[in-house]
Design a protein around this ligand. Sequence first.
Ligand code: PMT
Length: 395
Amino acid sequence: MRILLGVTAGIAAYKVPFLIRLLVKQGAEVRCVMTPDARDFVSPLVLSTLSNHPVAIEFWNKETGAWNNHVALAEWADLLVICPCTANTLSKMASGACDNLLLAIFLSMRNKTILFPAMDLEMYRHPTVQRNMDQLEQDGSIIVPAEYGELASGLSGQGRLPEPETLLEYILGVVASKRDFLGKNVVVTAGPTYEAIDPVRFIGNHASGKMGLALAERLAERGADVLLVLGPSKCSVSHPKIKVCSVVSAEEMWNEVKNNWDSMDFGFFAAAVADYQPERASQHKIKKSAGESMALTLVKTPDILAWAGKHKKEHQRIIGFALETQNGEVNAKEKLHTKKADYMVLNVPVENESGFNAETNKVCIFGKDDRLWDIPLMQKREVANAILNVITNTQ
Ligand code: PMT
């Protein structure tokens, strides 16, 4: 794995030496390219010592007379990682400017480029910066959104560069992304279920299907053939490797999983399935009666995840999700064991920014061997990638 690490002039550059060490420990060959101003934030001597290669900064080194060939560097790299990536560099890249060595390499890359933007929160959310990131994503770069948290300015918000271990997870995920689920059959459940009370009423919940869809899309991108069993949802899906099967109730969702389970390698159970359904759905709309109250008799729905756990074969892996309002860790671990899952993803509440219907999510993942991975608050698509990275790195 040959990684060209581009460093631009942001305070978060202090994390780059740690990242180089982690990459080298993974067996990667790392070469560094800096923008001239990045030298004020981290010393080229540190980067060249840790990467064991001279750092390229200018097209032409006036002292030695050596020429840094941007085309040769771009051809050498399996992956260009720009970390941190400042607003200035984002802007230049989005417009195709080419006034330094790093930008010339970026324009010469045939392999993937992954960008880790990091800056202060107002800059990060400025429409021009957002527009530049969208443009670069459309043009094929992989943008890893900045994290939320404490910033160098003393303010708190989105703009923070992830910690080196998390940067490494992303990079490994991208490196592996061409192949790690290739040839795998995967079923994903997503969305809510609706349990009919009568023809016009149901028992349901606020799940949107976004988390399950994000998983299905990332799995498909990483090579899997995906069956998405989707409860009532407004999400639309159009990936050639995702087959969508729309269902309404827990019973219907269970039937689809059961009918396809034998051919599956993985099951991701991200649906918020109703635990109970009315014992009998009324054929006609239930009329308001004279009494002050009414009672519905509910019976348990099939537990789809537990069924899959019970029928799991040696090669199959099961990933459950847990949504709790109290004792999250204890309950998630209990579900992991009783439902015989291999991993349990616990939604961690962050007001309006995680769980049902949000665009972002904050989760932690429990493994069977009591391992724990804490995933920061990110877009659901990035959370999905982080979950897949954990799975492939621990198989
Ligand atoms: O769809 P979004 O709006 O994006 O929201 C995503 C989400 C919050 C719904 C998702 O991240 C999530 O946490 N899904 C599981 C929610 C849930 O129902 O958790 P639970 O703790 O009740 O269930 C535990 C596990 O058992 C889940 O994997 C669930 O799919 C499964 N289950 C539960 C009951 C049942 N009858 N059958 C099941 O398979």
